[in-house]
Design a protein. Structure first.
Length: 274
């Protein structure tokens, strides 16, 4: 990544003041314009002692670094994250810097599944869920069980209108997935994240959130534990003050007729004590 690549385009492409970029904005701003972006990202990872679950120092390498080895397996073994000259991989690197424990844990789960089952046509529920969190995940940090229930039931007016005041201090939406961040460079109403509820105070430091999520992820992880949330429905993230905004059923969809989504436990929800 050199100055004439993605680095020079970031200032115009990314609104770092947008609420969804909050956790990575400081690093993003700092990296824009770096003459050697991969080098700057790697140096920051070194200073912060970012490591894989096995203890290998994380660095951001040439996109061909993995060769014929599976991407996640290569990272787990070497710590070298193949990084292309595009926003997608830039955001991935920023998430490594901002959420090192969770990224390392997701990588370890992926690598373990690959070692056990290889690379097949189907990844299986564990790798599917890990990929969804990694690419499109949102961490919903709150102690409000009623709010999480409203999300699980897709009770959009209750979640975003009746409980609107809660979004000012009792719940925090933290964008984690780097593909989701890439979509949010040019936001549109239909963007939907896969939310993982995190039972912590909304104002918990991000390092505490990161450590808690990483500690809770295990081999039982499944896509059924993730809750769909239309990102632009979050109060303050779009011009959605008018309750009629949530009448758009193409975005704010009703629960599945089978009711399956209502029967799933709040798995993925983390209990880090009272």
């Amino acid at each position: 990544m050199v100055a004439h690549g993605v680095s020079s385009d970031l200032a115009a492409a990314v609104d770092w003041a947008a609420p969804w970029f909050g956790p990575v904005a400081a690093d993003g701003r700092a990296m824009v314009g770096a003459p050697d972006l991969r080098g700057a990202l790697s140096e920051t990872a070194r200073v912060r002692n970012v490591r894989t679950a096995a203890g290998s120092p994380v660095r951001f390498a040439d996109p061909t670094a993995a060769g014929s080895t599976a991407y996640e397996a290569h990272i787990a073994r070497t710590g070298a994250v193949p990084t292309r000259d595009n926003l997608h991989d830039f955001f991935n690197a920023l998430v490594w810097l901002g959420f090192p424990c969770t990224k390392a844990r997701l990588n370890a789960l992926q690598a373990s599944a690959i070692a056990a089952h290889g690379i097949g046509v189907r990844r299986g529920p564990l790798r599917d869920a890990a990929t969804l969190i990694d690419e499109n995940g949102m961490l919903l940090v709150t102690r409000r069980a009623d709010l999480v229930d409203a999300l699980r039931q897709r009770a959009w007016r209750r979640l975003f209108v009746a409980y609107r005041a809660a979004w000012a201090g009792e719940v925090r939406a933290v964008v984690f997935g780097h593909a989701l961040m890439e979509k949010l460079v040019a936001p549109y109403k239909g963007i939907t994240a896969h939310a993982l509820p995190v039972l912590l105070p909304a104002d918990a430091p991000l390092a505490e959130v990161d450590a808690g999520v990483a500690a809770a992820l295990d081999a039982t992880l499944s896509p059924r534990r993730l809750l769909p949330v239309p990102v632009m429905g979050i109060p303050g993230w779009a011009c959605n003050d008018d309750a009629a905004y949530y009448d758009d059923q193409a975005v704010f969809r009703a629960p599945h007729p089978s009711g399956r989504s209502l029967k799933e436990p709040a798995a993925g929800q983390l209990n880090q004590g009272q």
